[in-house]
Design a protein around this ligand. Structure first.
Ligand code: HEM
Ligand code: HEM
Ligand SMILES: [Fe+2]
Length: 483
């Protein structure tokens, strides 16, 4: 083991060496997401900004595709991170896993460059294959789709093969089964149909069932592992909760899918099914928050990695508010009739994706850095008092909450003026867009967006420097979790 405080791959096991590569690309793509979000936000305020050079539709697409991909990279990295530790054996087929990392990264880079170079033009079979498939969030052309499937299969082989060889744990078992569902669902977003209702019907299988079922379960596994690692929580406790959450999440999330089937031409029974089951979706999220707060209290907040735990707590609350509360607000068909597709949705989308997923990936990266620097001290009293991670945490969270509020105000105004008063007419649409509440909402979204961006820069700086020149080893835990 190398000296404390110095980044050295010798501190990592095989899977973890690969994990930090995934994390590095994840952070770079996070940066791209922020950049293109800011550009798209400016275009809301000044519609002719970069017009004809970098169109809003492209900025928006790169913004949200970068998000999906950086979060996936974060999840894949986190899985590789815990693989050998959980199973007790080296990763099966690690060489192939390494190769696939480079293929995946290169494919993502090519896709983004093509998005930027070919911004307009007719859509036909060749554009579906080579340029853009035109499905929001997963616009990648079909060649890349197929490539992604191959990469994910290799990743799956790494995970399943390793657990098959090594120890079985609850976290490992849930993770493996969840990846089957996650990879399988992606296929639903890959085929083309000229009927927009049918197309949307299947597209939601990826979007909704990913974020409200398989991703939630995946981060449940990550959370369980992270709680054991930061606080020394007993495995029995976290795994019991994990099973309960899995049951609740799938129980409500699968039929909760119906809340996207209200207005796309699907049968009316979806009103009842979607309204009822999606309203139950927040239940596991409440359980998760109660559980985390309880854990933190039970251990008097003694933990070996302050930034990681802070981000895990941000995850618990972000998931609860962003997905649970913000989602619930517009999930009943009676309300969704007015809010559908307004800034209300964007407000929820931002708080949920950031709160539930960005947070936990960032927390995991802090866990990784601690070990990468030789299991260095990362509790209270850091060399620089930890101001960078604390300010990054504050600015990113305040920035996100501020953006969310700006969009929510705009969304309320749209629901009221465009929908309730003007009855969803074309003139109502424009009246709502011209209203000063809408414009002020968009203005404040941008201001808080800048705060978020500053937070991001600080985060990167902190990730590059935290633990440097630190000479104390990590705080010891009662390794109850390892027992
Ligand atoms: C972490 C979990 C979640 C994430 C990441 C998430 C994200 C999103 C995003 C991005 C959209 C906009 C989709 C589009 O572009 O059309 C959306 C829509 C929606 N979400 Fe969620 N969501 C989550 C959980 C939930 C939950 C738990 C509920 C309900 C309790 C919910 C209710 C809704 C509804 C009703 C819509 C449709 C909005 C509309 O009609 O325009 N979401 N979600
Ligand atoms: C600098 C910060 C950011 C700014 C200025 C920003 C701005 C924007 C803009 C202008 C849009 C297009 C909205 C529309 O079509 O009406 C958008 C969409 C979106 N952004 Fe961001 N964004 C930022 C950060 C983030 C982060 C950190 C996340 C999540 C981790 C995120 C998730 C999303 C999602 C899910 C959508 C699609 C929402 C929907 O269609 O309902 N954004 N963002
Ligand atoms: Fe949904």
């Amino acid at each position: 083991m190398a000296a404390l405080g110095i980044i050295d791959s010798a501190n990592l096991n095989g899977g973890q060496k690969l994990a930090v590569k995934y994390f590095t690309v994840a952070i770079a793509l996070f940066g791209a997401q922020v950049l293109f979000g800011l550009l798209a936000g400016i275009q809301y305020l000044k519609p002719d900004f970069l017009f004809g050079i970098l169109d809003f539709s492209v900025n928006r697409m790169v913004h949200i595709n970068a998000m999906v991909v950086w979060l996936l990279f974060g999840f894949i990295g986190s899985s590789y991170w815990l693989l050998e530790d959980e199973s007790g054996v080296p990763v099966a087929g690690l060489g192939l896993g390494n190769l696939i990392f480079w293929v995946f990264t290169l494919a993502v880079a090519v896709v983004v460059v093509v998005y930027l170079l070919i911004q307009v033009g007719p859509g036909d079979q060749s554009s579906i294959w080579l340029i853009n498939e035109g499905r929001e969030y997963i616009e990648a052309p079909r060649w890349a789709d197929i490539g992604i499937v191959v990469c994910v299969l290799v990743f799956f082989y790494n995970v399943a093969g390793t657990f098959a060889k090594g120890k079985y744990t609850g976290i490992g078992g849930v993770l493996t089964l969840d990846l089957v569902a996650l990879a399988g669902l992606y296929l639903a977003g890959m085929f083309y149909t000229p009927n927009i209702s049918v197309d949307q019907y299947w597209w939601w299988w990826v979007i909704h069932l990913w974020v409200e079922a398989t991703w939630e379960v995946l981060v449940g596994c990550l959370m369980a592992y992270a709680l054991i690692k930061t606080l020394g929580v007993r495995r029995k406790i976290v795994e019991t909760w994990l099973y309960i959450e899995v049951a609740l999440m799938f129980g409500s999330g699968i039929l909760g899918l119906g809340h996207h089937y209200f207005w796309i031409g699907t049968p009316e029974y979806w009103f009842t099914i979607g309204g009822f089951f999606s309203a139950l979706e927040p239940v596991p999220l409440v359980a998760m928050v109660v559980h985390s707060v309880f854990d933190a209290g039970a251990h008097q907040m003694k933990n070996k990695n302050h930034p990681a735990l802070a981000w895990i707590i941000a995850h618990a609350f972000g998931n609860f508010f962003g997905a649970g509360v913000w989602g619930f607000m517009h999930t009943l068909p009676q309300i969704n009739l007015y809010t559908h597709g307004t800034q209300w949705s964007a407000s929820h989308g931002h708080l949920a994706f950031f709160g539930a997923y960005a947070t936990i990936v960032i927390g995991f990266i802090y866990l990784a850095l601690q070990k990468w620097r030789g299991d260095v001290w990362m509790s209270g009293g850091l060399v620089d008092n930890g101001w960078k991670w604390k300010w990054a945490l504050a600015l990113l969270n305040i920035g996100m909450i501020g953006m969310t509020m700006g969009m929510l105000v705009a969304g309320y105004e749209q629901s009221q003026i465009e929908r309730a008063i003007e009855g969803s007419t074309w003139t109502g649409y424009f009246a709502a867009q011209a209203h000063h509440w809408f414009q002020q909402g968009m203005f404040w979204r941008q201001i808080f967006g800048w705060a978020f961006a500053v937070g991001f820069v600080l985060l990167v700086w902190d990730l590059m420097t935290i633990g440097k020149r630190e000479t104390r080893p990590a705080q010891a835990l009662h390794e109850a979790g390892a027992a």
